[in-house]
Design a protein around this ligand. Structure first.
Ligand code: SF4
Length: 396
């Protein structure tokens, strides 16, 4: 089931130069000598795709859909040199139909890409850069182990413009250690001065899977855990960002994402609109409307399985109709435009959607959801507690 008849492709590069203390991704520090072997495994995966899918009972029909968005994320994929990046894109081109690609994003860390690198990835088709600025305070960047400075981000944005990129996104994090009202205001102002087309604001949340989160939960002070701002501060920072960005033309189109008109991330929108995507690389996830599957996250296991002619897929989950409706709500409601009940009824039938009506009505009556024309969406006060609200859909 796909609305657009188009496919998204995601490539995972799981290596970084150093590990940020707040990071809970499966990325790890990697040496450049490891990259050719990883690229070899990626190319093996792509070239053996129909066989890998058949072995796991995954239909191969999605492979013939035209791709309209590509995203190379990580980790820090800009660490891949020009030649290796070229090999990866070439292999993707051999496997999938890339003639209709509209958005091709590369994630990069400030300072990791010089002009010649940017020009070479542009020639490969990359037309959007997602830059991991995180903050424009050097104290905060150092505190979480980032290797770049605020000035590196400013220079990276300028260099990207000179290389001809007209679609840039900056990632910022609210709630980092040492962050203050003044430093957050300055981070936002510096981001706005850079005039990117898109800004993502992530709220730092404590969890056991990052060194910083674990330390803070245990009450320790390593990794500047004792310098984390309060929850009230994070709430203020998020609300302040929403207001400030709105006044300079960035419309919020998703809980964490803001864009100038026409520059919403098409690739990420697909995740929330239940459009199919295929992921390649260690730990990459895929979805075809009826099932979700993922590759093993351990780089060595991923590469060894491919070398031995085995499948890198470690998990596959068939989605019942009820699970598909559930995802329609909790993913669709992340978008500020919300969801249309009519669409759910048309896709799955009224009988399948009915069980969610009571939950929707309760949440609307409590002021967590609101109607906007024929669409149902999160009320502004629900944006910061969306996970708790979505939990209620999962429990229906
Ligand atoms: S650069 Fe990104 S992926 Fe790598 S450790 Fe830092 S936050 Fe995680």
């Amino acid at each position: 089931m796909t609305k657009t008849g188009k496919l998204a492709a995601y490539l995972q590069f799981p290596f970084c130069e150093s590990k940020c203390s707040f990071c809970n991704f499966s990325s790890r520090v990697g040496r450049p000598s490891e990259f050719p072997g990883y690229v070899k495994a990626l190319i093996r995966e792509m070239s053996r795709l129909p066989d890998i899918y058949r072995r796991s009972g995954i239909p191969t029909d999605r492979l013939s859909l035209p791709v309209d968005t590509i995203y190379i994320g990580g980790g820090t994929p800009s660490l891949l040199g020009k030649d290796l990046m070229g090999q990866v894109v070439e292999s993707l081109r051999e496997r999938l139909l890339l003639s209709a690609v509209e958005e091709f994003t590369l994630e990069l860390t400030p300072g990791s890409a010089d002009e010649s690198y940017l020009l070479s990835v542009r020639r490969l088709g990359v037309n959007r850069l997602s830059i991991g600025a995180q903050a424009f305070s050097d104290r905060e960047l150092r505190a979480v182990g980032r290797l770049h400075s605020a000035q590196d981000t400013v220079a990276q944005v300028l260099m990207a413009r000179q290389a001809g990129f007209n679609n840039l996104s900056l990632d910022l994090i609210a709630g980092l250690p040492l962050q203050t009202e003044a430093s957050w205001r300055e981070t936002l102002e510096a981001a706005v001065r850079g005039a990117p087309e898109h800004i993502s604001i992530y709220l730092y949340e404590l969890d056991e899977n990052s060194r910083l989160g674990k330390e803070a939960i245990q009450g320790g002070s390593r990794y500047r855990a004792a310098d984390l701002p309060t929850e009230e501060f994070s709430i203020w920072a998020y609300e302040f960002a929403r207001e400030r960005l709105a006044t300079v033309g960035y419309a919020q189109y998703e809980i964490s994402n803001f864009a100038l008109s026409g520059f919403e991330s098409r690739h990420n929108l697909k995740y929330w609109q239940l459009e199919p995507y295929l992921g390649f690389g260690a730990g990459a996830h895929s979805y075809d409307g009826a099932r979700r599957w993922s590759n093993c996250a351990d780089v060595e296991t991923y590469a060894r399985r491919l070398e031995d002619g085995e499948s890198p897929i470690s998990e596959i989950c068939s989605l019942s109709t009820s699970r598909q409706v559930e995802e329609f709500f909790f993913l669709g409601l992340r978008r500020r435009e919300g969801v249309e009940l009519r669409e759910a009824n048309e896709r799955w039938g009224e009988a399948q959607v009915k069980p969610w009506e009571a939950t929707l009505n309760t949440l609307t009556a409590a002021g967590w959801l609101e109607w906007s024309g024929s669409r149902l969406r999160l009320a502004p006060r629900a944006l910061l507690v969306s996970n708790e609200i979505f939990q209620q859909f999962i429990e229906v």
